[in-house]
Structure formats: structure tokens, C-alpha cells
Design a protein around this ligand. Structure first.
Ligand code: WT7
Length: 652
């Protein structure tokens, strides 16, 4: 196997010398973490400030039917106090958040911990004045502006549960999330500039709220000052209220297991699930992974390019870095505006030390040529990271050569919305990397490779199968909002006694893990997770569509593209304009990230005699790999396959 023959890349000596964790220390700590998780996490839980220290560390069961996950359960703390208040005596004047706006001609902001404290306290008082109470849900639909962090931390301060909805989602998607979690309030902005264009967030919210209870209030951040509609009694100007609110709001003591946030994510079936993370375990895990995976040291400038609408933004823009007293950069824009050098211009301008992005962004920039990187002084960079999908060798080499100048460790971090933080990742001073491998487990994480046919654990070192985790870790999701049964069915039913990740994986002879992609009907488009069932149900909701089947196919920049097979209603003729209509339809039903890349008109779909769509065949045709269709004899009508092959959209 080529990956095993590959030479592993060790971090430079001088990096290892300064690193928190070297190879010996990793081995020691990892062994301790799995031998006695209670002792290990009992010790590391103390990295936070507890109002009342925990006496119980771990109380977890993966037994199907009785899945129950609790960490530090009798401990009492406040997440916002841990991210802000406790730093004030020592680093009140240090920058907490650097805000880099969409337009490079606009000034950046440096928000100190003292300023962050004042903003969050005022924001928390605004929430209280609007009747938000402990345990209430607050939906946040904001661009990448400091107010998004203020809003999240203000919720945490008063014990409200936030649910951030990515600003790229449509009004319908927003309404579904507001309704599913029963939010009392939604926080949005007038408009959101991104890449020089503007998204009308307030008018999207207006459209969403038509489908929600009229008790839901709307807090508006006047960010650009663009004009919006305004409904007195429902819409509230946050900045105005903040200016008139008290700068003191006591941090509410919360139980470690009180929910901190809900984040919706796509699954293989049905509507998106509300992933629930709680306070104590999540914050311990986000903070610890931030420190060790990125080898973060005091004074470093950390930049994660994700959006706060995804878990990556929660854990590595807001909670992990701020819990560590770090300086975290928030970027409102996109990598290619005003040109393909923007990421590197921002790295140079703010002297970024750790840079964390997605392979899809690297591939997009790689296509623009290395001269965009070479224009900038990137000498402050100490480490690079990737997340979201496996990184292909070309992208890894480009990142390593041009951005890292061959001397910065690259950490490829495998994790999920459900896991709260990194699960399989190199610890940079300890684990030599192999391009394309997420390498080894983080402390306390016990990955196993299971045989997908009967679920038994493959115990040899070099094996391939599906990836599961043997025991709980503090950052693990606790339940699906309002549907614990779905939580158990999704993650604990198929392989009894394990948390099932939904990913396939290979472990090589050195014990390195290589993620091979989803084994369920979830696809990964530009690092965004998308359920094929969601796109299908959007398509069939269109009056002219009778049936639809959606699969992923390899896409040079996005990783995977969305390929839709559509059967039209009787009497409807296919046309290019209908194709455009369907694309626009999916954009409004879900959001631009769900727009199909390719739509093939399918007179029929390959089905078994019992009516089940044979997705394996559709995947093969979409991959332009129909020579290996396998057994089609169980199809009700094998001739539909010939038509699909003949009219396939992805050739060459
Ligand atoms: C899925 C989770 C949490 C990070 C952002 C995505 C894929 C994530 C890697 C990686 C290979 C990866 C997996 C996983 N994935 N990181 N380093 N190498 N695959 O979070 O939206 O919950 O998606 O992203 O397939 O299951 P998410």
C-alpha cells in the first residue's frame, strides 16, 4: 500500500522542543487516558474554573436502549465566565478577538478581553430584558461578526441554549430550526456582506418568521445600516439596547450537564438533527484539543477560517480559544475576495501563528496559482491545520510547500459535529504526519475498526472497515434535541456497545487511521455535510417532479458534488429552463450549499422488485464508473440502467 511506504513527516526539531507534548509524553498521557479515564479527565477537568467542583467525573453508558452520557455531572460552572471573567485579572487588555471585515479597506477591530466582557454582559442583559430565561432556546442567524460571539457567550452567561444557523441557509431551513427547538427569539443582522455581495439576512428572517409562532421575537444587529422592514413590538435593535443596558450581568451558575447549544446537522434520513452539547465536558474538551492539537501557546494568534454556523466555528473560533485565553481571529469574508491572496494577506496583516482551514478552500486557491501565496510574508506561521474531509496529496503538497514552506506541521483533524472536538489528529510535536491520514487518537479516544458485515472488532493493526469509538469522551453529544430515541438509533443501534461515526476507515501497519469517507447517505460538499435525503425531499416538493434520487460524485474542488436524478411528472417535458428552476428551488428550500451540481433527467430509477432504489448503481453512474455496476439482476426493470448510462452527466 502506498500510504504505508510513505515517509512520515516529523515536525522540525525546534518545533518539538517548544511543543507542549512530545512523543514520549503523548504515549504516556494516552496510555493513562484510556487506562483510567476517571483519573485522567478528573485531572484535566480542572483546567476550568468550577463554581462547585465535581465529585463524579464519568457516568456513561453506550448500551443500546440505555444510552446515557454524563461528565462532571455534579459540577457547577459558567461557560462564559470561563471564557471571559477568569482571564480579566491577567489579560484584560489582551486582544481576545481580532475581527477582519469582508472589505479589506474597512478597519480591523481588536477586541480586548475587557471589551469582550463588557459587550457580553450588556448583550446578556438585553436577552434578559426580552424575557429569555435559563433553558430557553435562542436562534442565532448572523454573519461572521463579533456580535455572533457576543450572542453565543451572552446565552451561555444566562444559561440560555443557543442554536446558531449558518447564514447561508434559506428562510425555510431557518424556520424549521426555529420551530424544532422552540426558540423564543432569533438574533439576526440587517444584511451580511460577503465577498463584496450582500445577503439580506433580516428579510430572510422575516420570511422564516411567517412560518413560526408570532411570539418569536427578532433581535436585529444593525451591521451595515441597510434599510430593512421593521415590525414594532417584534423587532428589536440590539445595539441600541446594548448601549442602554447595564455592563454587569452575573454569570449564572449552571450544572455541567445543562445544555450549552444545539447545532443542526444532516443525517442519512429525514430532517436535520439537533445535536445537543452540554457545558462542562464540552468546554473541557474544546479547550484541551485547541491547546494540544494546535500547540497553542500564550500570545499566539489563532485563526480558524470556518463559519460560526458550523461546529468548527463553535469549538475553534469561540469556545476552545477563549477558554484558553487566546487571541482568535474572526473573518467575515471569503478566500477569493478581493482576490485569491486574501487568506495570506490576513495571515501577514495579523501575524497569524496557527491557521486552520478546509481542503476545499486549499484546492480552490491552489487553482489560482502559488503566486498569490508568495506575495505575502507568512513567517509568523508555526502550524497549519485542515478539517472537514480527507486531504488529497496534491492539496497537501501545495499547502505544505507554498504556505508551510515545508517546515510547518500540518494537522489533519478528524472529528464531527457530534464529537464536539478533535478525535483523531496528530499532536504536532509528537506524531509524524502522513499526508491524507488523520493519524492517531486524541487523549481518551479509543477508535476501533469494525467489520461492516457483522460488526465484530478487527483487532489486527492493518485493517479496513467502519470507524467506531469504544468509550465516551467529555465532548461527546448527549442527545438529539427532543428525540433521544433517534440519538440511540443513529449512533448506537447498528454496532452494539460502540458510538458509530458513519465513516469508513483503514488502519495501517503503523496504527495510523485513514478516513475513507461516509458509508451512509451523507455527502460532504465543500466541507459541508449534506443529507442526500434532504435534497431529494426538496426536489420532490416541486410540482413538476415525480421522483428524485441524489448521490455524491467526486468533484475536483468541492470534494464531492451533488448529482440528482430526477423523474418528471407525466406530461412534463425536460428543458434547460426547468433545470434552472429546480436549482433555484433547492436553493430556496435549503440554501445555496444544497444546489445540485448536475441534474440528469431519469425516465425511471433503478429499483428492486420491492421498490427500493438501488443507490449503489446510481453512485457508480454518477462517478462515470459504470463498467463495474455489479449485479443488476434483482432490478425490476434492468433497461432503465442503460438509459441512465447513455445520458449520464459526468463524463471523463
Ligand atoms: C464528517 C463530519 C467537525 C469538522 C467539520 C465537519 C468528515 C471531517 C475529516 C478529516 C476525513 C473528515 C467525516 C465526518 N471529516 N474531518 N480530517 N478527514 N474526513 O463536521 O459537518 O459534522 O462532518 O466530515 O466524514 O464524519 P461535520
Amino acid at each position: 500500500m502506498t500510504d504505508q511506504a510513505q515517509t512520515a513527516h516529523a515536525a522540525p526539531e525546534e518545533f518539538i522542543e517548544k511543543a507542549h507534548i512530545d512523543a514520549g509524553r503523548y504515549a504516556e498521557m494516552y496510555a493513562a487516558s484510556v487506562k483510567d479515564p476517571v483519573a485522567f479527565w478528573g485531572e484535566h477537568g480542572r483546567r476550568l474554573d468550577w463554581i462547585k467542583p465535581y465529585s463524579t467525573v464519568k457516568n456513561t453508558s453506550f448500551e443500546f436502549g440505555k444510552v446515557d452520557i454524563k461528565w462532571f455531572e455534579d459540577g457547577v460552572l459558567n461557560v462564559a465566565a470561563n471564557c471571559i471573567d477568569r482571564h480579566l485579572p491577567t489579560r484584560g487588555e489582551q486582544t481576545a478577538i481580532i475581527f477582519e471585515p469582508d472589505d479589506p479597506k474597512d478597519p480591523a477591530q481588536h477586541i480586548t478581553y475587557n471589551e469582550l466582557s463588557e459587550k457580553v454582559n450588556r448583550f446578556a442583559n438585553v436577552l434578559l430584558s426580552q424575557g429569555v430565561m435559563r433553558g430557553d432556546r435562542v436562534v442565532i442567524y448572523l454573519p461572521m461578526i463579533p456580535e455572533a460571539a457576543y450572542a453565543m457567550l451572552a446565552c451561555a452567561r444566562i444559561g440560555a441554549i443557543h442554536s446558531v444557523v449558518f447564514a447561508g441557509f434559506s428562510p425555510d431551513a431557518l424556520a424549521n430550526r426555529i420551530n424544532d427547538c422552540g426558540a423564543k427569539l432569533v438574533i439576526t443582522a440587517d444584511t451580511a456582506p460577503r465577498g463584496g455581495r450582500k445577503t439580506a439576512l433580516k428579510s430572510n428572517t422575516d420570511a422564516a418568521l411567517l412560518h413560526c409562532s408570532d411570539k418569536v421575537r427578532c433581535l436585529v444587529v444593525k451591521h451595515t445600516g441597510d434599510q430593512t422592514t421593521w415590525i414594532d413590538g417584534r423587532d428589536v435593535d440590539v445595539k441600541y439596547l446594548m448601549d442602554h443596558a447595564s455592563p454587569d450581568c452575573p454569570a449564572r451558575p449552571m450544572s455541567a450537564e445543562d445544555p450549552l447549544f444545539i447545532l443542526y446537522t444532516s443525517g442519512s434520513t429525514g430532517k436535520p438533527k439537533g445535536v445537543v452539547h452540554t457545558s462542562g465536558g464540552y468546554l473541557v474538551y474544546a479547550a484541551m484539543t485547541h491547546q494540544y492539537t494546535f500547540d497553542y501557546h500564550d500570545g499566539d494568534i489563532f485563526w480558524c477560517t470556518a463559519d460560526v454556523g458550523w461546529v468548527t466555528g463553535h469549538s475553534y473560533i469561540v469556545y476552545g480559544p477563549l477558554a484558553n485565553g487566546a487571541t482568535t481571529l474572526m473573518f467575515e469574508g471569503v478566500p477569493t475576495y478581493p482576490d485569491a491572496g486574501r487568506f495570506w494577506a490576513v495571515c501577514e496583516k495579523h501575524k497569524v501563528n496557527q491557521f486552520y482551514t478546509a481542503p476545499t478552500a486549499i484546492r480552490a486557491l491552489m487553482g489560482q496559482g502559488p503566486e498569490w501565496v508568495e506575495k505575502y510574508d507568512l513567517s509568523d506561521l508555526k502550524l497549519l491545520g485542515t478539517v472537514g474531509e480527507p486531504i488529497n496529496p496534491e492539496a497537501w503538497n501545495w499547502y505544505n510547500d507554498h504556505v508551510g514552506k515545508g517546515t510547518r506541521p500540518i494537522v489533519d483533524t478528524w472529528w464531527q459535529t457530534e464529537t464536539g472536538g478533535h478525535m483523531i489528529t496528530p499532536i504536532p510535536g509528537a506524531i509524524p504526519t502522513k499526508p491524507g491520514s488523520a493519524t492517531k487518537p486524541f487523549f481518551g479516544v479509543q477508535p476501533v475498526v469494525l467489520d461492516p458485515t457483522d460488526g465484530h472488532e478487527l483487532t489486527d493493526t492493518a485493517v479496513e472497515g467502519v470507524l467506531a469509538i469504544k468509550d465516551s469522551w467529555p465532548g461527546q453529544m448527549r442527545t438529539v434535541w427532543g428525540d433521544h430515541e433517534r440519538f440511540e438509533q443513529t449512533y448506537f443501534q447498528q454496532y452494539k456497545g460502540y458510538y458509530f461515526s458513519g465513516d469508513g476507515c483503514r488502519r495501517d501497519a503503523d496504527g495510523y487511521y485513514w478516513i475513507t469517507g461516509r458509508v451512509d447517505d451523507v455527502i460532504n460538499v465543500s466541507g459541508h455535510r449534506m443529507g442526500t435525503a434532504e435534497v431529494e425531499s426538496a426536489l420532490v416538493a416541486h410540482a413538476k417532479v415525480a421522483e428524485a434520487a441524489v448521490v455524491g460524485y467526486p468533484h475536483p474542488v468541492k470534494g464531492q458534488g451533488i448529482y440528482a436524478y430526477v423523474t418528471l411528472m407525466n406530461g412534463v417535458d425536460p428543458s434547460d429552463s426547468l433545470r434552472k428552476d429546480l436549482e433555484a428551488w433547492v436553493r430556496t428550500e435549503i440554501g445555496p450549499i444544497a444546489k445540485p451540481d448536475l441534474i440528469q433527467w431519469a425516465p425511471g430509477l433503478p429499483k428492486t422488485r420491492s421498490g427500493k432504489i438501488m443507490r449503489r448503481i446510481l453512485r457508480k453512474i454518477a462517478e462515470d464508473d459504470f463498467g463495474a455496476l455489479g449485479d443488476t439482476s434483482t432490478l425490476a426493470d434492468p433497461s432503465v440502467v442503460d438509459d441512465l448510462i447513455e445520458n449520464r452527466m459526468n463524463r471523463g
